[in-house]
Structures are given as structure tokens and as C-alpha cells.
Design a protein around this ligand. Structure first.
Ligand code: ADP
Ligand code: MG
Ligand code: ZN
Length: 633
């Protein structure tokens, strides 16, 4: 178990280097502060005064002596008191008092001592203060050199010796650790049991686990071993967790690097690290190498902003070379994760490279229940709590959000001095995660509250009266995060396929807020801008992505393109100017029709709109049963 020993050692040595640095810096800070205090002690004893006051006292012959240290003038009175005042640095003490009307004869008659401000203990403090930046710079240079050495396989020496302790101790660590700290591995304890819901992915990865466990079985039959697995999915869906679970299931070491680490490295360092990483993994095989955020280095070459990035390209090439260089019996599996599989270089996806693709999607309602189950294990819950209800309330939550939810609910329960976590805590935690913490306080005027109440009531009433809309779960005019109020639907079943009608209904509901404002107040406010944005996006998707428009037909328009720097989606246009106009027109038509429908519904259901708005003004939050009752009456 030599490998294990080495892992242990790596773990121990890494923190000790940092601890040393922290200790050195704290010693410097503490000693400097002590020296400053020491040097100022005489001044601390003296009472603070002002120059004019001292001048008056000198005139009145109350002062027996003056001590001038730098800009600090300390005067001793006949009764033995010490008074101090500061002068301008550009003017001498003598001149200062003269300017304040003390005659030079009087001044000359008072014994005065001028202490060199650069002598004594204060100077030592000053010296250290000026040294600190130098020491820090030295430290960072040492770190940078270390970094290069670690990656570049010792391509760059230490240069001249560094004077002083910091430099020396680092130099020692460089030589002692240079080889061992290059890449770290761990043996994860997580297994497939800790990953809830992703049954399909687990099923597909089972084969990889078997291969890691008993490669011989496959090799004897001449099977080509899997090399690379690409895990694609939105952030927080458990890609990292799943990769660790593969290693955990097979009981093999797990090497972890992230593509984004390479982006800011010196040219050549990334490639060297990759080389080193794969070397280490081979030595300890069977092993899993996990490359997180591979899109950061594996973007389609030649595409994207600002031309190529040498470092990125070299790193990517090195990954490909390393994977190609595996012998048929090398038992190392490379798992890469990305949330942008569409922008990856095709070279990465060729057979023998990342040829297995596993998609981790946002969890559906059953998976969400399972994930909640994992993350509420060991947390005391109220008896009546139904995780499946909670799962229904959290569409769009990724695994990481659900973990966060369980944690937030526990925190809320603790702050409310409860011994178990209840329905209410979960509800509040959900709202908090969706919309940010509740904004308390009276910052809205009465009129504004009324507009918001009608706006939200408009959303809810329209939602209730459109086909294929989800039922209203909750309406509220309590401000949260950026939203002044909100209407929460309850997605009834987990739909994979949505009809055109469902899209239209969603747009109509989104416009219900603005429609209510216009009908009731005959004027509109800025409160609907987010609604309009979302409605526009939906309309655009209907026309350009889903082929829901009769006039433009069954094709998509434009190719979405990722921009890794801005994070936004650009678009390459693959259609004519005429089509662009037609798309605009079609979107206008959809939104206009939807707005008319929203207004029609609200005019017809005016009494219900009023009733709901009033109830909201009264109670701020209306839950589903109350809402259903209001709509039924
Ligand atoms: P990703 O790498 O896809 O961004 P992570 O693997 O880092 O996501 O997931 C973050 C956290 O979310 C995990 O540590 C885990 O606690 C939780 N999580 C995500 N998906 C699941 C899942 N399917 N089952 C259980 N926990 C999950
Ligand atoms: Mg991750
Ligand atoms: Zn709205």
C-alpha cells in the first residue's frame, strides 16, 4: 500500500506550508504593532492639546520645557503635566510658535529637546513596515517560481538565493515537495447510493465501474476499453458527484483537475500538468481522472472570441495526446464534465476519446423526491412531512439546489428554536431560494401596494382561466429579492412534452399582470418588465426553435452559440433579412393576441380580480385553498 502512504503524506505536507506562511506573517504583524505601541507610549501619556493653546501657555510662562519628535510637540508644564500637539510637517516648531504670536526671545528661553524622529524604537517599526511589502513580493515570486517548476518539470531554476528566512524556508519546500505535490488524488467514499435519481446515468456508468474493477475480463475478449466519458448537464446536477461515485464504487483513486485552471496559466504549464497528471494516474492505475469544465480548454478550435489561446490549445492537445497514448491495457478512465457539450471541439468526441456521453438532466419530480430523501437523511423532520409534495413544489431545482433547500430549512428551524424541521420551514426555504430573502419593512406606498396587488391578482386569475395552465399554488404581495410580488404555479405533473397551447397560456398569464394594471388603473407601470422579457423569450422560442408558427413553418432559425467569456448566448444567423422581419412580425402577433386574451379574461372576471386583489391587500399571501374558494364564488 505504498500508494496510500504517499497520499497521506501529500495531504499532510500541503497545509503545513501554508501554516508556516501564516505564522511568519502573523509574527511580523504582531511585532510591528508592538513596536509602534512602544514608540508611541510617551505620547500616549501626554494629554492632547492644540498648538494655539500651547502657544498661549508659552506666552504665559507656564511651560518649563519642550520636546519635539517629528511633528509631535510635547510640552511640560510647571505642575508636571505633559501636553502634546501636532504641527505641520513643512514648518518647524520654532516657526510654528512664532506664527502663533510667540516672540522668539520667549521661545529661546524655554529649554527644548529635538529628538530625531528616525531614531529609537519607532525607526525599527518603520523599517519593518517598509520591509513587509518586500517580504510579500519575495514570497509571491517564490510561489510563482514554484508554480512554474511544478508544471514545467523544473524548466526554470530558483535563481539567486533569497536572503532571509522566508526565502530560505520556501526554497527548501520547493526542493522537498516539488515532485510530490504536483497532482493530488483521493479515494472518494461516495457511491452510487449517494447519487439519487440519475438511474439511467448510473446504469450506463456501471460498465465503466466493472471495467475499473476487473479489466482482464474485458481484455481477454478483445474488447476495446472505454477511455473517456463525457458528462453533460446543467450546473449542480451532480456531475462531480457522479464522477466521484464511479471511483468510489470501483474503489480506485480519483484525480481531479478543472479546465478553468488552465486558462490563466503560463503557456506550457497547462500541458505539463496534464502530462504529469496522466503519468500519475497510470502509475496508480486503475484510476479515474476527472476533468471538470472541460469546455474551458476544449472549445471548438478556431471558433469563438479573440482568436486562439495558445495555452488552451496546447492543454487540449496534450489531453488528446495523453488519451491516445494509453496502451490498450492502461486501466485509466477519463471522465470529463461540461454544461456546454455543444461547443466542444469535435476532436474530443472521436472514438477512443470521449466517445461515451452521459447526460445528467435537471431532476424530474421523482428524482427530486429521491434527492431530497438523500439530503434529509439524518435531519429530524416533522412527522407529517411529505417529500413528494416538496418535490412537486420545486420544478427546475437541480440537485445542488435541493441540497441547499434541505440545509436552509434546517437553518430556519434552528433559528426558530424548533427541534424538528417542519413543512413551514421548507416552504419558506423554497421561496427564499426562488426569490431571495423576504424584504420586510414599509417601503411601499399604499397606492403602490394596490397596484402590486392587482398586478399579481391579474397573473393568478388569468392563469386560473387559461387552458393547460398549472394551478395557482400561491399568490403574494410580499416583496422578495427583486420581485415586488409573485404568483407561484404548482406544476401538476412532470411534463416532458408541452403543447403549443401550454406555451400560449404561459404567455397570456405572464401578460395578465400588465393587463390588470391597464384595466383597473388605466395606466401601466414598470412592474411588468420582467414579465415582458419572459413572454418575449417564450414567443421567440415558439417561432425560432419549436416550429410553432404556421407562417414560418417547421424549421429553426439561427444557431445558438455559447460565449464562454460573457456567459450569454450569441446567435449566428442562418436566415435572410426577410425571414428576420417575418420572425419579428410573428412574435408581435403572438404577444398581441396573448395580451388581448388576458384583457378579455380579466374584463370578464372583473369581480374575481377585485376580490382577489382585496384579499391580497388584506392578507398579503393567499394560498391555494383560499384561492380556489375565491375563484369558485
Ligand atoms: P455539478 O458538478 O454537476 O455542478 P455537483 O456534483 O458539484 O454538481 O453537485 C453539487 C451537490 O449537489 C453535490 O455535492 C450533492 O450534494 C448535490 N447533488 C447534485 N445532484 C445530486 C443527486 N442526483 N443526488 C444527490 N445529491 C445531489
Ligand atoms: Mg462540478
Ligand atoms: Zn408580473
Amino acid at each position: 500500500m505504498k500508494g496510500d502512504d504517499r497520499l497521506e503524506k501529500e495531504k499532510k505536507e500541503k497545509p503545513s506550508r501554508w501554516r508556516l506562511v501564516v505564522i511568519i506573517i502573523s509574527i511580523l504583524v504582531v511585532s510591528t504593532m508592538g513596536l509602534i505601541l512602544l514608540s508611541e507610549r510617551s505620547a500616549v501619556r501626554a494629554e492632547a492639546s492644540t498648538l494655539p493653546a500651547l502657544a498661549t501657555m508659552i506666552e504665559d510662562n507656564q511651560i518649563t520645557g519642550l520636546t519635539i519628535r517629528g511633528d509631535l510637540i510635547t510640552a511640560e508644564t510647571f505642575d508636571g503635566k505633559l501636553l502634546s500637539a501636532r504641527k505641520e510637517s513643512s514648518v518647524s516648531a520654532f516657526e510654528s510658535f512664532q506664527l502663533l504670536g510667540v516672540s522668539s526671545e520667549t521661545l529661546k528661553s524655554i529649554p527644548s529637546v529635538v529628538e530625531d524622529s528616525r531614531g529609537g524604537p519607532a525607526s525599527y517599526a518603520g523599517l519593518i513596515i517598509t520591509m513587509i511589502p518586500l517580504i510579500l513580493i519575495g514570497f509571491f515570486v517564490v510561489m510563482a517560481v514554484r508554480q512554474v517548476q511544478r508544471g514545467g518539470g523544473g524548466g526554470m531554476g530558483m535563481g539567486g538565493g533569497f536572503p532571509g528566512q522566508v526565502g530560505r524556508s520556501n526554497a527548501r519546500m520547493v526542493s522537498a515537495n516539488a515532485k510530490e505535490n504536483e497532482t493530488t488524488s483521493e479515494r472518494p467514499q461516495v457511491t452510487f447510493d449517494d447519487v439519487a435519481g440519475a438511474e439511467q446515468a448510473k446504469f450506463e456508468l456501471q460498465e465503466v465501474v466493472e471495467f475499473l474493477k476487473e479489466a482482464d475480463k474485458f481484455l481477454k475478449l478483445g474488447a476495446r476499453v472505454p477511455r473517456g466519458v463525457l458528462m453533460a448537464g446543467p450546473p449542480g446536477t451532480g456531475k462531480t458527484l457522479m464522477a466521484k461515485a464511479v471511483a468510489g464504487e470501483a474503489g480506485v483513486p480519483f484525480f481531479h483537475i478543472s479546465g478553468s485552471e488552465f486558462v490563466e496559466m503560463f503557456v506550457g504549464v497547462g500541458a505539463a500538468r496534464v502530462r504529469d497528471l496522466f503519468k500519475k494516474a497510470k502509475e496508480q492505475s486503475p484510476a479515474v481522472v476527472f476533468i471538470d469544465e472541460i469546455d474551458a480548454v476544449g472549445r471548438r478550435r478556431g471558433a469563438g472570441l479573440g482568436g486562439g489561446n495558445d495555452e488552451r490549445e496546447q492543454t487540449l492537445n496534450q489531453i488528446l495526446v495523453a488519451m491516445d497514448g494509453f496502451d490498450t491495457d492502461t486501466n485509466v478512465i477519463v471522465v470529463a464534465a461540461t454544461n456546454r457539450p455543444d461547443i466542444l471541439d469535435p476532436a474530443l468526441l472521436r472514438p477512443g476519446r470521449f466517445d461515451r456521453k452521459i447526460v445528467l438532466d435537471l431532476p424530474d419530480v421523482e428524482a427530486r423526491e429521491a434527492i431530497l430523501d438523500v439530503h434529509t437523511r439524518g435531519k429530524p423532520l416533522d412527522d407529517g412531512i411529505s417529500l413528494s409534495d416538496l418535490a412537486k413544489l420545486t420544478p427546475g431545482f437541480a440537485g445542488a439546489d435541493l441540497e441547499n433547500l434541505a440545509n436552509e430549512a434546517a437553518i430556519l428551524a434552528a433559528r426558530r428554536n424548533r427541534t424538528t424541521i417542519g413543512e413551514l420551514e421548507f416552504q419558506d426555504a423554497i421561496e427564499r431560494i426562488i426569490a431571495g430573502p423576504e424584504r420586510k419593512g414599509n417601503f411601499l406606498s399604499k397606492d403602490e401596494r394596490k397596484v402590486i396587488a392587482y398586478h399579481e391578482a391579474g397573473h393568478a386569475v388569468v392563469m386560473h382561466h387559461t387552458e393547460e395552465s398549472d394551478p395557482v399554488h400561491k399568490v403574494s404581495i410580499i416583496s422578495r429579492g427583486m420581485a415586488l410580488g409573485y404568483t407561484m404555479p404548482l406544476p401538476e405533473n412532470n411534463r416532458q412534452l408541452r403543447s403549443r397551447e401550454a406555451f400560449v397560456s404561459e404567455i397570456v398569464s405572464l401578460l395578465g399582470g400588465r393587463a390588470a394594471e391597464e384595466i383597473v388603473f388605466k395606466r401601466i407601470t414598470t412592474g411588468a418588465s420582467n414579465d415582458l422579457e419572459r413572454a418575449t423569450r417564450l414567443a421567440r422560442a415558439m417561432v425560432t426553435r419549436l416550429g410553432f408558427s404556421q407562417n414560418l413553418g417547421m424549421r429553426t432559425f439561427g444557431e445558438e452559440q455559447g460565449n464562454p467569456f460573457l456567459g450569454s448566448l450569441g446567435e449566428t444567423r442562418d436566415y435572410s433579412e426577410e425571414k428576420a422581419q417575418a420572425i419579428d412580425q410573428e412574435m408581435d402577433t403572438i404577444i398581441h393576441a396573448a395580451y388581448r386574451q388576458a384583457k378579455d379574461i380579466l374584463t370578464e372576471q372583473r369581480s374575481k380580480l377585485d376580490a382577489l386583489a382585496e384579499a391580497l391587500l388584506e392578507e398579503e399571501t393567499i394560498n391555494r385553498p383560499q384561492f380556489e374558494q375565491l375563484m369558485a364564488s
